[in-house]
Design a protein around this ligand. Structure first.
Ligand code: PM9
Length: 459
């Protein structure tokens, strides 16, 4: 018999999970104003809210924590991180930050000015938030195929080069400080960008005289998809692919809470030493001295080890196969899911799942709430709440895709948990026709509203 696939690690420490009843969940949810972010984690059985900062560190990462150097300046943990970043990405200069959006804050303070235009592939919400907060504009140049949830395209995170070139051609280049490429593209379903596309975007940036920034939170998962889907890369190692990917970037921001498998941390890295010096001023102002930037020495050591582990093929294969395992289960139950499956999450097509709920009543949030009520599984809305209001008109922005994301933490849950999640969603799918109404907003913040919004049922 052919030996079956199995995980590339074993479990050394466990954490107890608590189940709850539907009645309990109904009360907790009402008390949380129907915002899943406001739930206490003990009220959740399986937490797929995010894969950010929720991964399980390895024995080697915990060991690295113990030898972390807590010196204020010049710590050996900082130098370990510097060497690891140079080795993996090829950038000599870097600044640690406490997480991804802090990296955006520091870098964008230097580079983004009012009325600037930042083209990219479906910018993540904090990235867009930092752009719009500075009165600049994010222009989505993702390929059209990404907006067809069932179309099978290997690189749905790709940038449409015609759309990008139009933006570059039609605007003064001084207004475009950089192009941003998100790897993998979270907002369009954890979809990868091909190496060819990275190369082409780099060429366009050079042609028009601007720079390329990689939002790199899930760069290793992106490299796995290049290895397994792009011709010519099948025999390259993940690290060779990563080095080539980043040869087409001028700078990177990183939320290390994803593909560095740590619970907190981030960084900016760049080729241009002048930019490093300018950004250092804001790093000191907002984050901390340039050799720790809001991170403890032990966190920098664990992060460096995590970057090495995340760029091993066996780890990535286990990771991406678990996501696909859940995707296949849901598909077999008839649940409409976005395909191909993403690297970190399965995205449910909420419009197809709940066609009778009007978009003004937050379709994907309505579904995420019901999934929690059914099985205590916490997912996240990637739809109208997340898309926020237009900063000028203050009207709701209705995205083409209304999705519920089931994000899978790294090395945390087993496939039995995935089976449980799949049945929870399948049960809701069975009674989907009983849904009549969605939700209305009671209170919302002026920006990044989905984290704190308060809702009530429409009866
Ligand atoms: N992403 C996620 O769940 C965490 C916040 S929303 C629950 O997907 C990209 C592509 C991200 C991202 C965070 C950030 C910000 C930047 N780019 O959360 O600040 O997916 O470390 O990173 C989340 P931080």
């Amino acid at each position: 018999m052919e030996l079956p696939f199995a995980e590339s690690y074993k479990i050394k420490m466990v954490e107890t999970l608590r189940r709850s009843s539907r009645e309990e969940r109904e009360k907790w949810l009402k008390d949380s104003c129907y915002n899943l972010f406001k739930l206490r984690s003990e009220y959740v059985y399986i937490d797929l809210l995010t894969d950010s900062g929720t991964g399980a560190m390895s024995d080697k990462q915990w060991s690295a924590m113990m030898v972390g150097d807590e010196s204020y300046a010049g710590a050996s943990s900082y130098h370990l991180m510097k060497d690891t970043i140079k080795k993996l990405f090829g950038f000599a200069d870097f600044l640690p930050t406490h997480q991804g959006r802090a990296a955006e804050n520091v870098l964008f303070t230097v580079l983004v000015k009012p009325e600037n235009i930042i083209p990219g592939n479906s910018h993540f919400d904090t990235t867009k938030g930092h752009i719009e907060f500075r009165k600049a504009h994010a222009v989505d140049c993702t390929i059209d195929e990404a907006f067809n949830p069932t179309l099978n395209h290997p690189f749905k995170g790709n940038i449409n080069l015609n759309k990008l070139e139009k933006v570059l051609k039609e605007n003064p280049i001084e207004k475009i400080p950089f192009i941003i490429v998100t790897l993998t593209c979270n907002s369009s379903g954890g979809q990868p960008v091909s190496l060819q596309n990275l190369k082409d975007v780099h060429m366009l940036a050079r042609k028009y005289g601007t720079r390329v920034l990689f939002d790199s939170a899930r760069f290793a998962e992106n490299a796995y998809f290049i290895k397994t889907r792009e011709k010519g890369y099948e025999n390259k190692t993940i690290r060779e692919i990563v080095l080539e990917m980043f040869s087409y970037a001028d700078m990177m921001t990183m939320s290390s809470k994803k593909d560095a498998i740590v619970n907190i941390g981030g960084f900016i890295a760049m080729r241009d030493h002048d930019l490093f010096q300018q950004a250092s001023v804001y790093n000191i102002l907002f984050e901390g001295y340039i050799t720790y930037g809001g991170m403890a020495g032990r966190d920098m050591s664990a992060l460096s080890q995590g970057l090495m582990e995340a760029t091993e093929f066996d780890y990535l294969e286990t990771r991406v196969k678990q996501v696909a395992y859940l995707g296949e289960k849901l598909k077999n139950y008839g649940v409409p899911v976005l395909e191909p499956f993403g690297g970190h999450a399965i995205f449910i097509d909420a419009k197809k799942f709940l066609p009778t709920i009007p978009k003004e009543e937050f379709i994907a949030q309505t579904l995420a709430i019901e999934i929690y009520l059914e099985g205590g599984v916490r997912a996240v809305e990637i739809g109208t709440l997340l898309a926020d209001r237009d900063p000028e008109t203050r009207e709701n922005r209705f995205p083409e895709l209304e999705m519920v994301r089931l994000a899978i933490p790294r090395r945390v849950y087993t496939n039995n948990h995935m089976d449980y999640v799949a049945v929870t969603v399948a049960n809701v799918y069975q009674y989907r026709n009983t849904f009549k109404n969605g939700f209305k907003i009671i209170r919302e913040a002026p920006i990044l509203r989905h984290f704190t919004v308060e809702l009530d049922k429409i009866c």
